[in-house]
Design a protein around this ligand. Structure first.
Ligand code: ADP
Ligand code: MG
Length: 244
């Protein structure tokens, strides 16, 4: 369903990704792991159209996304939850979630019904609908971001480091919420620095280093790999301390 083949690309004419390959089956969770600076976020940004690859193809549900704008890609059902928090602190939870539907052009009735549906999946958006997003904890803000992405009834959700900066309890909530989205039929392509978390959640795992795939397999195959940490750190790029 999601196929990246021979993808090369990066920033300002400098390639970060080199011949990057990825296959994600419909209805599964794939997690990309790898050291800081490996190019994980760059993969997601290339799929969501923020970056245009220099070479290669990106096909989702038979549709080639290369050259499409981020807004068109959202309309095709591919929605990204970025690495950095992207809520409007001064707006309410409900206003933030509803913003996810700005391209949907659905009726107010339909959007209200969708909101109620999502409150079943992410209880916080029901309980705190009229609270300012700025007053929520990090984990709660993530829930609002997930709900905003789900407003569009996407087929694919891209999650960039969903547990970044969260305590174990909030990580548990992210775990359950990601599973719930997946069980609702969404294909998840996620990036995690927390390897244990990524392996516990994913069906399949892509290990990348310095813009390349170094290993792919099921989560249990990757978990049992005798030298996972060696692959990680042995092939880490010299630029891996670059701040996000
Ligand atoms: N906006 C940008 N402009 C130029 N270089 C960037 C930009 N964003 C990331 N990079 C570089 O691309 C490489 C991969 O970054 P990134 O995909 O964010 O890695 P990861 O998500 O795996 O930590 C790094 O060397 C980083 O410095
Ligand atoms: Mg990143």
């Amino acid at each position: 369903m999601i196929t990246l083949a021979g993808v090369c690309g990066g920033y300002g004419g400098l390639d970060i990704l080199s011949a990057f390959e990825l296959n994600v089956e419909p209805g599964t969770i794939n997690c990309i792991i790898g050291p800081n600076g490996a190019g994980k976020s760059t993969v997601l940004k290339t799929v969501s159209g923020i970056l245009r690859p220099r070479l290669g193809s990106i096909v989702v549900n038979g549709l080639d996304l290369v050259g499409k704008s981020p807004a068109e890609i959202v309309k095709f059902g591919v929605v990204q939850v970025p690495q950095r928090h992207g809520l409007f602190a001064g707006l309410t939870v409900r206003q933030n979630v509803m913003m996810g539907a700005y391209v949907a052009r659905a009726s107010k009735k339909r959007l209200d019904a969708r909101y109620d549906e999502l409150a079943g999946m992410f209880p916080i958006i029901g309980k705190r609908a009229s609270h300012r997003a700025g007053g929520l904890s990090g984990g709660q803000r993530r829930m609002v971001e997930f709900a905003r992405a789900m407003m569009l009834e996407p087929q694919v959700v891209l999650l960039d480091e969903p547990t970044l900066g969260l305590d174990p309890l909030s990580r548990g909530v992210i775990y359950e919420s990601t599973r719930a989205m997946n069980e609702a039929g969404v294909t998840v392509l996620m990036v995690e620095q927390n390897v244990r978390f990524g392996l516990s959640l994913a069906d399949t795992v892509t290990v990348m280093s310095a813009g390349r795939v170094v290993l792919t397999g099921t989560a249990s195959e990757i978990e049992r790999h005798p030298d996972l940490m060696g692959l990680f750190f042995g092939l880490a790029p010299e630029t891996d301390q670059v701040a996000e």
